[in-house]
Design a protein around this ligand. Sequence first.
Ligand SMILES: Cc1cc2nc3c(=O)[nH]c(=O)nc-3n(C[C@H](O)[C@H](O)[C@H](O)COP(=O)(O)O)c2cc1C
Length: 156
Amino acid sequence: MKTLIAYYSKSGANEAAAKELQKILNADLEKITDLNSRKGILGFLSGGSDASKKKNAKIAPWKKDPAGYGAVVLMSPLWAGLITPALRTYIDHNRERFKKIAFLSVSGGGAKNEQALPDLESFAGKKTIASLLLSGQEAKEKTMEEKLLEFAKKIK
Ligand SMILES: Cc1cc2nc3c(=O)[nH]c(=O)nc-3n(C[C@H](O)[C@H](O)[C@H](O)COP(=O)(O)O)c2cc1C
């Protein structure tokens, strides 16, 4: 069955990684859109605060039904060490429709944010079949491709 990559990205790093992974897996893409303004210093502060309180955000309607996919790769930057409010809303509405989940994130600290994974798994109510926490620096290096290939192998 096909894989769906559902991603939120504010400044483009996760979007770029999502598109790379899409090519490897021949997956479908679902872009998650946060309807709250996360621009400027106020957006930064509200984003960090909402993420740390594990709040949901209003998001635009999504288009694809995750139940039609063998696995869903959830992607988001990490804010205050946790998944973003927009991804939280997407999970909240769809957790019953996920057959399998994987998690991929590009964040400032990458693997240093390991606490994000158990939080995501507990919120989604499922263990991930694959996870990868990349730092912004790692996502710019050539070795990202190898890391994505390793990650993708666990999903296929
Ligand atoms: C509100 C906010 C809070 C953040 N908090 C963290 C954090 O706690 N830990 C971290 O490693 N990076 C943090 N970052 C950095 C982002 O995770 C990082 O820049 C990420 O690669 C951005 O992904 P994007 O370009 O897909 O939006 C934060 C960024 C923002 C905007």
